[in-house]
Design a protein around this ligand. Structure first.
Ligand code: PLP
Length: 414
């Protein structure tokens, strides 16, 4: 396939076609913020990717939990193309029908009342942080600006979001951080209880921590956090940027455990790869921001909304949430069976639906990851000991079998 398509495209657009030239340009001209692997992807379809050499890969990463309904789904690609010919952008000083419709749909799906659109997960969290601070000041005065987040969390890279991200490796080079963030241990309700004070305006949590290696908050803990927030009259912000959009078998992972936030942030899979984020809220949090408080030039633009509406259509038509639950449970069971076979090498299998982490006993995750790539499987090592699998929701049980069998071969080869 791929080489032919690439050559044709390259002729039209004068793009470099060989991997070495592309990687050299990247090295010379792009800031080195990513430790990229030496692979150039040029095409995607469903759960498959092709590199510049025409080699096919099974994608068990999907961006990082982005291409939920699969790469280049014809309905999403078609909606983008059609909208691109009609109207790509209109200022937020005016209404647009796609944003209005998408807002209604997202609010209904997430059980929220209003949405602020933006362009990324980080921005969705920034909106949530600003709502929380303004809400807190209105409720209990100028001191009520503290936000509690959890050790191991990841909420983004801007100064507010990185201050919320309780991992020193992301924060240290950029200190001083935004003040007012307090970090609590995950799944320890007593510790959280101690930290909530009159100064707390919000607690912010990922129902399943993604970047730190798929660490779920337990259902009991999430319910307990909700209860503590209610008792102390503090907002609960759920960061569903990675675990939302049907990945765990429910539209929001929190819905799967029966916990409702006051604010929910989404991005990643929301438009299947087209940049978009959303900060949803209910109750008084939904009306805290007023004209002039917040905004973004590209937010809610017709093109992104068309992509997102089509993504939601596909999720519904292809029943991908139910599929994520079923195939995810099958994949997890496969990995758990492998753990029985190789108990000294596999420490834990974590996650829900198609958000799965594999914790190894020894620091072999990067070696296994390399083995998978060489075998044509895209995944990701979040640390020396943990592999993360967040595939498109369209993967099959056969795809899962192949990944489990390849991990087994990789572990046996160590
Ligand atoms: N929150 C969570 C839970 C994430 O996983 C991420 C990205 O990995 C973000 C926020 C930041 O999103 P973005 O990279 O779109 O800014």
């Amino acid at each position: 396939m791929g080489t032919h398509v690439l050559e044709e495209e390259a002729m039209l657009t004068a793009l470099p076609t060989d991997a070495d030239t592309i990687m050299a340009l990247d090295r010379d001209y792009v800031m080195g913020t990513y430790a990229r692997l030496p692979v150039v992807f040029v095409r995607g379809e469903g759960a498959r990717l092709w590199d510049s050499e025409g080699r096919e890969y099974l994608d068990f990463l999907s961006g990082i939990a982005v291409a939920g309904v699969g790469h280049c789904h014809p309905k999403v690609a078609g909606a983008i193309a059609e909208q691109a010919h009609r109207l790509m952008h209109i200022s937020n000083l005016f209404h647009n029908p796609l944003a209005a419709k998408l807002a209604e749909r997202l609010c209904k799906l997430a059980d929220m009342e209003k949405v602020f659109f933006c362009n990324s997960g980080t921005e969705a969290n920034e909106a949530a942080l600003k709502i929380a601070r303004k809400w807190g000041k209105q409720k209990r005065g100028a001191e009520c600006i503290e936000i509690i987040t959890f050790v191991g969390s990841f909420h983004g890279r801007t100064m507010g979001a990185v201050s919320a991200t309780a991992q020193p490796k992301y924060q240290a080079p950029f200190a001083p951080l935004v003040p007012g963030f307090i970090y609590a241990p995950l799944n320890d309700l007593a510790a959280l209880d101690e930290l909530i004070t009159e100064k707390t305006c919000a607690v912010m949590i990922e129902p399943l921590q993604g970047e730190s290696g798929v660490n779920p908050a337990t259902p009991e803990f999430l319910a307990g956090v909700r209860a503590l927030c209610d008792e102390a009259e503090v907002l609960l912000i759920l960061d569903e940027i990675q675990c939302g959009m049907g990945r765990t078998g429910h539209f929001l992972a929190s819905q799967g455990v029966g916990v409702q936030g006051d604010i929910v942030t989404m991005a990643k899979g929301i438009a299947d790869g087209f940049p978009m984020g959303a900060c949803l809220a209910r109750g008084s949090a939904a009306t805290t921001l007023v004209p002039g408080d917040h905004g973004s030039t590209f937010a809610g633009q017709p093109l992104a909304c068309a992509a997102s509406l089509a993504t939601l259509d596909v999720m519904e038509e292809e029943e991908l949430m139910a599929r994520a639950a079923e195939v995810g449970a099958y994949f997890k069971a496969g990995l758990q069976a492998l753990q029985q076979t190789l108990p000294t090498q596999i420490k834990e299998v974590r996650g829900r639906g198609l958000m799965v982490g594999l914790q190894l006993t020894n620091p072999d995750a990067k070696t296994v990851h390399k083995y998978l790539m060489e075998a044509g499987i895209v995944a990701n090592a979040t640390s020396d000991t943990t592999l993360r699998f967040v595939p498109p929701l369209v993967v099959t049980k056969e795809d899962c079998d192949r990944v489990v069998a390849t991990i087994e071969r990789a572990l046996r080869a160590l």
